[in-house]
Design a protein around this ligand. Structure first.
Ligand SMILES: Cc1cc2nc3c(=O)[nH]c(=O)nc-3n(C[C@H](O)[C@H](O)[C@H](O)COP(=O)(O)OP(=O)(O)OC[C@H]3O[C@@H](n4cnc5c(N)ncnc54)[C@H](O)[C@@H]3O)c2cc1C
Ligand SMILES: NC(=O)c1ccc[n+]([C@@H]2O[C@H](COP(=O)([O-])OP(=O)(O)OC[C@H]3O[C@@H](n4cnc5c(N)ncnc54)[C@H](O)[C@@H]3O)[C@@H](O)[C@H]2O)c1
Length: 452
């Protein structure tokens, strides 16, 4: 017999953990189901450990900038403390007991099983079945997308999970895919002395961002000794027990001791039973409306919705689902026009809203403003490592920013002002009247506004 509850949350990554905890704290009877680690990809194999790696790699790069500016310094990179910190501080040796206890303390009934939807409002998990009077929240995230390249399957290639867990660095690494995961991890490993080659199928790395961002990231990675190949795909992969050989479309070959596949993510919802609630299980994502409702009695949050695969998006959507399920008056509605994202390379590349190309594709009349960080007062003072720029994309009919990129030593932080401007549609005329503190990196926003 099905156990009667209020809500069943399937998948306890960032989105599911937030939604289930909040609903239980609000007094609902909530079951959270997760076969792997409570917290999901971000704390164990994603954001947190990768940013710990980046912190370490950036310390090395900053130390190397001492010469000529503050004396002399040398650094002998050592991966051991990085691996140790990830094991001890970030992941508890990939043990989620603390997260499980935290969730249970909030009142969630935790079930460590794989869940399947068996009918409207019913979910099976192992030998238990639940009937959820209010409904089901699907928060099953994504898995690495592995392209069907001849020979690749069956080789011991890395995904992000292997790269995050690495204890001993290889001498050389080939990275397939120059998106967020590819470029962040490439820079880390290169700064620790690994010979890295990136193969990116698009014309630029960070292909979804402004072309200036891809160019900046490329220059930074090349300064770190990385070899980058763009505009070409891998057609064949071979592994001889010691080394990978990747054959490219144009006949060239690239070799490396390890191969990291970072070619995007895909939802894995085929066996979830979505057809039981009228959702297409063959779709590439679960479509949601402004309440993040996917069907009657079904909400979806996080990467599975295909709306920007970021932790902040999963949290944002979880909040909307929670309010909708609780029936809050004037509940918030999902709006994605000011979606922020930061690629944590050095320089950091933050962006919000539309790129210039996307804005033009939307049929908007556009003006852009661009300024270089090294030519700002603070950038000039900063000197070594000051590369970056601010680019603004303005809808000239409405007189508001619809997108912006902020790249530089604190690009992700400077982005905050631009994110608010895009989110709240602050008139450009008003942004031009702001007093930007001197000499900050964010004062360059004023310079970019003058360039419009
Ligand atoms: C290397 C890397 C670095 C990243 N860095 C950042 C960053 O700096 N900033 C940022 O914002 N984002 C970053 N991300 C993205 C971020 O990790 C994801 O957007 C976030 O984890 C999505 O949360 P989620 O809850 O949607 O899914 P997930 O975290 O993927 O969790 C989904 C959970 O659902 C479970 N599940 C799946 N199927 C079932 C089932 N049938 N039954 C029960 N449970 C199921 C899974 O086991 C999993 O634990 C990074 C990702 C990677 C890989
Ligand atoms: N700082 C952050 O917020 C952060 C960091 C890492 C990951 N993430 C999230 O994780 C998601 C997944 O990251 P990702 O880097 O795997 O995906 P991505 O979609 O960002 O980039 C994948 C890249 O691989 C390329 N590619 C695809 N197939 C290829 C092939 N066969 N050969 C060569 N290149 C190929 C694509 O052109 C693309 O540039 C991101 O979209 C992002 O949302 C966020």
């Amino acid at each position: 017999m099905a156990e009667q509850v209020d809500v069943v949350v399937i998948g306890l990554g960032v989105g599911g953990e937030e939604a289930s905890g909040r609903l239980a704290e609000a007094g609902l009877n909530v079951v959270g189901i997760e076969p792997r680690l409570v917290g999901g990809e971000c704390p164990y194999y994603g954001c947190i450990p990768s940013k710990m790696m980046i912190r370490a790699a950036n310390l090395i790069a900053e130390t190397r900038r001492v010469d000529g500016m503050a004396g002399t310094a040398s650094v002998q990179p050592d991966w051991a403390p990085v691996a140790q910190r990830i094991r001890d501080e970030a992941t508890d040796n990939w043990n989620d007991q603390v997260a499980v206890d935290r969730l249970v303390k909030k009142g969630v009934t935790f079930v460590r099983e794989h869940a399947t939807i068996t009918g409207p409002r019913t979910v099976k998990a192992g030998d238990r079945e639940f009937e959820a009077s209010k409904g089901i929240v699907v928060a099953t995230g994504t898995v690495p997308l592995v392209p069907p390249i001849d020979g690749l399957a069956g080789t011991p290639f890395w995904t992000n999970q292997d790269a995050i867990r690495v204890e001993t660095l290889p001498a050389s690494l080939v990275v397939l895919g120059g998106g967020a995961i590819g470029v962040e991890l490439t820079q880390v490993f290169a700064r620790f002395g690994v010979a890295v080659t990136v193969i990116e199928g698009a014309e630029r790395i960070l292909a979804m961002e402004e072309p200036e961002s891809g160019d900046l990231a490329r220059e930074a990675l090349e300064r770190d000794g990385v070899t980058i190949t763009t505009g070409v795909h891998a057609s064949k992969v071979a592994y001889d027990g010691n080394e990978f050989t990747i054959t490219l479309d144009d006949g060239r070959t690239v070799t490396g001791e390890k191969l990291l596949v970072a070619t995007g993510r895909r939802v894995d919802i085929k066996g979830l039973g979505l057809d039981q609630v009228g959702i297409d299980a063959d779709a590439r994502k679960i479509e949601v409306d402004e309440h993040v409702r996917a069907a009657d009695g079904v909400w979806a949050v996080g990467d599975v919705t295909g709306v920007g695969a970021f932790t902040h998006t999963a949290m944002y959507q979880a909040n909307i689902a929670v309010h909708d399920i609780l029936g809050t008056q004037n509940a918030p509605l999902a709006r994605y026009h000011a979606m922020p994202r930061v690629t944590f390379t050095d320089p950091e590349i933050g962006a919000v809203g539309l790129t210039e190309k996307q804005a033009r594709e939307h049929g908007l009349n556009i003006a852009t403003g661009l300024t270089q960080i090294p030519s700002s007062s603070r950038g000039w003072i900063h000197k070594a490592g000051n590369e970056g720029f601010i680019k603004l994309v303005v809808d000239t009919d409405r007189g508001v920013l619809v997108g912006a990129t902020s790249a530089g030593p604190t690009g992700g932080e400077v982005l905050s002002a631009l994110a608010i401007a895009v989110h709240a549609a602050v008139p450009v005329h008003s942004l031009q009247q702001v007093i930007y503190a001197y000499p900050t990196f964010h004062r360059a926003i004023g310079d970019a506004l003058k360039d419009l």
